[in-house]
Design a protein around this ligand. Structure first.
Ligand SMILES: C[S@@+](CC[C@H](N)C(=O)[O-])C[C@H]1O[C@@H](n2cnc3c(N)ncnc32)[C@H](O)[C@@H]1O
Length: 283
């Protein structure tokens, strides 16, 4: 049974599962992990929400509720949901910024956002949420644009976590929050051991069940990638350190459900404080 998940501190990129297709000539120049992740989410988009609810046994709603408690958002705010997928967190933040607020979601999977747009249209927040193509590694908005920036269950999936955190920090206004809701590595062995058995041994079997008869799904092994993506994710405290290195202050972490999932958040300091810290940093 897998008890320890090794943490690779030099890279934040989980390799696609062996045998998984990564070649996509249309996306030449793209990081191989980004290419694989995009293709994989485009393939599983139609059953992503249902599978999440089943795999989390409904606990997802509680995690999202805890997320809402730390966004710092209020009526009239403008939030950015990075790697918004099917708009789960966009919808949660829209509820917080009404009336008068708006949410922009960015993702590089058009199939995930197509599902998200249907959910947005069917919600009371239709006019408040815009989902658009965008890369978490290079966020196409000016500095100091948003009152908060979130990333939900996606830091694991990016090729360079420090870069994404730096980008999120850049586009948030001073005083705004940068928040991550992400899977984590439980510190308590009584939780970690059975959880890792479920996650590393049972979850990959889903590939065989839902992917039966579908060539692309068989090729991509999305449910083998899911546990594999946890390996390079830094532990709770190391990730908090990365938030500080991105320039955030008052960084906090809150493990949820025994540490299966963890919230990290920090505040962007005023410009003068950032300039002072940069000046004091050893070269
Ligand atoms: C596990 S889903 C999470 C979706 C949503 N945030 C949620 O809470 O359900 C991960 C999402 O990250 C997106 N993603 C991964 N890397 C990305 C990147 N570099 N830029 C934009 N989107 C990215 C994928 O396309 C996918 O929709």
């Amino acid at each position: 049974m897998t008890d320890k998940v090794t943490e690779d501190r030099n890279t934040t990129a989980a390799a696609p599962p062996s045998g998984a297709a990564a070649a996509d000539p249309a996306a030449a120049g793209e990081h191989p992990k980004a290419r694989y992740v995009k293709k994989m989410f485009n393939t599983i988009a139609t059953h992503y929400d249902a599978m999440n609810m089943v795999m989390s046994a409904g606990t997802l709603r509680y995690w999202q509720h805890a997320f809402q408690g730390v966004t710092g958002l209020g009526p009239g705010g403008h939030a950015l949901d990075v790697a918004c997928g099917t708009a789960e967190l966009s919808l949660k933040m829209a509820a917080q910024v009404r009336p008068g607020g708006k949410v922009t979601g960015i993702d590089f999977s058009e199939a995930m956002m197509a599902i998200g747009r249907k959910k947005v249209e069917a919600s009371p927040y239709g006019s408040m949420i815009t989902l658009q193509f965008g890369d978490a590694m290079d966020i196409g908005f000016p500095d100091d644009t948003f009152d908060a920036a979130s990333i939900g269950f996606a830091l694991r999936n990016v090729a360079d976590i420090p870069r994404v955190l730096a980008e999120m920090t850049r586009v948030v206004k001073p005083g705004g929050h940068v928040i991550s809701l992400e899977l984590s590595k439980p510190e308590n062995a009584f939780i970690r051991v059975p959880y890792y058995f479920y996650f590393f041994r049972l979850v990959p079997l889903i590939d065989r069940m839902v992917g039966l008869g579908k060539d692309e799904q068989r090729e991509l092994h999305p449910y083998a990638y899911l546990p594999a993506s946890l390996r390079p994710l830094p532990g709770r405290l190391k990730l908090a350190e990365m938030f500080r290195e991105a320039g955030l202050v008052d960084v906090k972490t809150r493990p949820l459900t025994g540490g299966l999932v963890c919230l990290h958040w920090g505040v962007k300091p005023p410009a003068e404080k950032r300039a002072k810290e940069r000046a004091e940093k050893p070269v």
